[in-house]
Design a protein around this ligand. Structure first.
Ligand SMILES: [Zn+2]
Length: 454
């Protein structure tokens, strides 16, 4: 069958790429309400692509937010079923001036597709659509395949839980397969064994009841930006250890064995720094880079604003300051508990000279998948077949908030088989996806189904 796959994919290579580019042209930005129609249009395009690929059934299904696309190709209910999860929504593209091309006009340069959503996640879930097509058209399906492609991943999947709970029978499967993560490199293939959880909050600090003249009042009235900056700075001590009381209480300490495995992954400190344009790295003392981004929880400020930020100078003592702050969580931290701790921390440390409002945005639980499961083994064998090397198990630093919920509702394990690279600029300007990776994914996925069915 592998010869048939190769031939079919070779013959349809151009079209596979062009179809992905078409999908990237739809600005499916879930966070902005003015893109509601584009979201609907994108969902319809995904549905059509599933039907064109040979799905027996596909539908755009309404939720209280952006719709979900469901599709399936059932060959035999007695055969194992793989549920592919992905998302068709993308992050906002701002700051637009830093892009070298229009983020929704995919541009190919040096074998890479530059466009918002190219790697996260349109280009990646679309590999599964083309893998389905390959299996259908070469008549080599060995599993039933279902698709759950949502439109709210980038805003924390607020409606997917309800959707999954209401459609358990429809989504019934033996394993969930997700391509929304990256490989260590093309030379060193890897499989993620988990994702971190997330707690996201927003803080508003208010001083005086209006913006003030900084000469008349400065020195006598608290500046909310200064106060907010101090509060944020107090989250880390001199070892970059998080100071929020109880933050580490439930953290599962990684075994020496797991730490050794993580640190065996190929890593070049100088290359890592050069690629990012920094002279020194930063992080929690006592841990390596991959430990910091995999097995340790973190807190980051995602945005901070207030006062005058326009052209020129304005001597103002602002009335308000704002920040968006999020924590990445590891097993067994609970998003709800950590959110409470974050909110309480910011409320409790504020001096009486300001008022603090702190509110939850969204959260998600950390998730881990065992490496001795049938699904992991099938994925490992699939990558070994097409890369010629056994993939290294690594803990992913990102979050897919829906993971623990999918497992809880459907009672099955998740396999993370991502084909991106860390330098794909996810959520950043000039997001890209290497065409080589796209084709490699399409080549590899059919093997997953083959090995999973064996
Ligand atoms: Zn994603």
């Amino acid at each position: 069958m592998s010869q048939d796959w190769k031939k079919y994919q070779e013959e349809n290579k151009e079209r596979f790429l062009n179809e992905m580019l078409d999908l990237l042209r739809i600005p499916s930005i879930s966070a902005k309400s003015e893109y509601k129609n584009e979201m609907q249009r994108c969902a319809e395009a995904v549905k059509d692509s599933l039907l064109a690929a040979g799905a027996g059934k596909a539908a755009v299904m309404a939720t209280d937010g952006h719709p979900v696309v469901y599709g399936e190709k059932i060959i035999d209910p007695a055969k194992p079923t793989v549920l592919v999860y992905g998302h068709y929504d993308v992050q906002p593209a701002e700051p637009l001036e830093l892009w070298h091309n229009d983020p929704f006009d995919p541009t190919i340069k040096d074998g890479k597709v530059f466009a918002r959503g190219s790697a996260d996640d349109k280009g990646q879930f679309y590999m599964h659509v083309k893998a389905l097509e390959t299996l259908v058209k070469t008549n080599t399906m060995t599993t039933n395949i279902k698709f759950l492609i949502e439109g709210e991943e980038e805003v924390g999947s607020p409606n997917l839980g309800k959707f999954v709970a209401a459609n358990k029978e429809l989504l019934k499967a033996d394993v969930i397969l997700i391509s929304d993560s990256s490989l260590l490199s093309m030379e060193n293939p890897s499989l993620d064994t988990g994702v971190r959880g997330l707690s996201y909050i927003e803080i508003e600090v208010t001083g005086a009841n209006r913006d003030l003249h900084s000469g008349t009042y400065g020195g006598a009235v608290a500046n909310p930006i200064t106060i907010l900056a101090k509060m944020i700075a107090s989250c880390h001590d001199e070892n970059n250890h998080i100071t929020i009381p109880g933050f580490y209480d439930d953290v599962v300490v990684a075994s020496d064995e797991e730490r050794a495995l993580i640190n065996k992954a190929p890593y070049n400190d100088q290359e890592y720094k050069d690629e990012l344009g920094v002279k020194e790295l930063w992080g929690e003392k006592g841990y390596s880079t991959y430990e910091r981004t995999g097995i340790r929880p973190t807190i980051e400020v995602n945005g901070i604003w207030g006062g005058y930020t326009g052209e020129g100078a304005k001597t103002v003592l602002p009335s308000k300051a704002f920040a968006k702050v999020s924590a990445r969580l590891v097993p067994n931290q609970s998003s709800e508990k950590i959110t409470e701790k974050l909110l309480n921390y910011f409320r409790s440390i504020a001096p009486a000279s300001v008022e603090v409002k702190a509110e939850l945005h969204h959260g998600g639980e950390p998730y881990m998948t065992p490496i001795d499961s049938k699904g992991y083994k099938a994925a490992s064998k699939a990558l070994e077949t097409t890369f010629g090397k056994t993939p290294i198990p690594v803990r992913g630093g990102g979050s897919i908030p829906i993971c623990s919920l999918l497992e809880k509702e459907l009672g099955i394990k998740i396999i993370f088989m991502g084909f991106g690279l860390d330098n794909d600029n996810l959520h950043s300007p000039n997001e890209k996806y290497n065409i080589e990776n796209y084709y490699k994914g399409i080549e590899t996925i059919p093997y997953f189904h083959k090995f999973f069915a064996e």
